[in-house]
Write a new protein. Structure first.
Length: 366
């Protein structure tokens, strides 16, 4: 099959990582794969793309130019199926398909809670565009969500019948021999007797890292521990201010964005997610693959499904500092069952998830 994957960019990020994994696996299965993006990473590509995968870079940061270039690509090529991910690329892909008069089926993949995403928008123009989602998504051949609660939320937000929305999880299980990776920081050495709590993600209000810092400060009143937060972003100053306000810089490390977080995870003791909302929570699967104990907020929409309602990690109310501190303390005190965690991560393997997408694509391309 000739498959077109559409996304906004190929910089560092969870969806970008999933896109490249999907492209590589589909190509390995014998399909002719093209990735179309508005722009690529300015320097080194953060994720490895197989040479057999064609990348079309429109070299723009403007939505209008992205739309016109994508429409032309659709007109000049006959793809058997097209796939887009996240709100803006999804809406642009629908418009480009409709105005290019291509007959190629289009699958749009929703990754974030539409209601929570709408609340986070600041400008009137952004909110106006967001309100077009219920109309434009009806122009897709198939809608896919990455978790069941997210599919339910999207159906409620758009009015699209729930039975027309399919659930396919993210191919988030990491690959490679990360178990034997070198220790990236002295705090993570086996000789260290102080447990390390680790978190990872873009420093954005959605992740609520300041709440995590405050919860960790409460944990320090109960036991010794260290906190590492991997990632960077616009919220970094607020995270640093929270650390300063709690007076815990001696126990916190902010090493910035890491191309590969697995060497950090596999040597830590506990993974914590403090998000206000998530479409899926790829990093939870990475933490499972590392065999880590896990604490996560029970936020919409993915964590509860990934952790099976608390079977594979503790779930706490969103924004509840005391509950998170208690959950971290209890998790650090329990016996670590790495084999159980790793087994759960395999449910989200690239082979398993891409196999489901391949079956969907073939059904639409027939």
């Amino acid at each position: 099959m000739r498959i077109l994957l559409i996304y906004w960019d190929l910089t560092m990020g969870g969806v970008q990582h999933m896109t490249t994994k999907m492209a590589n696996e589909l190509s390995a299965r014998g399909h002719e794969v093209t990735i179309a993006v508005a722009f690529r990473a300015p320097l080194e590509e953060p994720y490895s793309i197989d040479p057999s995968v064609r990348v079309v870079d429109f070299d723009t940061t403007r939505v209008r130019h992205f739309f016109l270039s994508l429409r032309k690509l659709m007109q000049l090529n006959r793809f058997d199926v097209m796939f887009s991910a996240t709100t803006v690329p999804n809406m642009v892909a629908v418009l480009a398909r409709l105005t290019s008069f291509t007959r190629s089926p289009l699958v749009v993949s929703e990754r974030d809670n539409p209601k929570e995403g709408f609340k986070a928008l600041k400008s009137r123009s952004e909110r106006l565009v967001w309100r077009l989602k219920p109309l434009l998504y009806r122009g897709a051949s198939q809608i896919v969500c990455v978790s069941t609660p997210l599919a339910d939320a999207l159906a409620h937000f758009t009015g699209i019948p729930r039975e027309k929305i399919q659930v396919i999880h993210n191919p988030a299980e990491p690959e490679g021999d990360f178990v034997n990776s070198s220790v990236p920081h002295p705090w993570l050495a086996e000789s260290s007797e102080i447990p390390v709590v680790i978190a990872a993600g873009r420093m954005h209000p959605q992740k609520d890292f300041p709440m995590l810092v405050t919860s960790f400060a409460a944990l320090l009143k109960r036991r010794q521990a260290r906190l590492i937060i991997l990632g960077d972003g616009p919220e970094r100053a607020n995270v640093e201010a929270a650390i300063t306000g709690c007076g815990i810089w001696d126990n916190v490390l902010l090493p910035g964005t890491q191309k590969d977080i697995m060497p950090w995870l596999v040597h830590a003791d506990l993974f914590v997610m403090s998000s206000l909302f998530e479409g899926f929570g790829n990093v939870l699967v990475q933490a499972l693959a590392a065999g880590l104990r896990i604490v996560s907020t029970d936020c919409p929409d993915g964590p509860s499904e990934v952790l099976e309602g608390g079977r594979y990690g503790r779930l706490t109310p969103v924004g509840d500092v005391g509950a998170m501190a208690t959950a971290m303390d209890e998790a650090l005190g329990e016996v670590r069952d790495s084999l159980r965690q790793v087994s759960r991560a395999r449910d989200f393997s690239v082979s398993t998830i891409v196999g489901r997408y391949e079956k969907l694509f073939q059904s639409l391309g027939d």
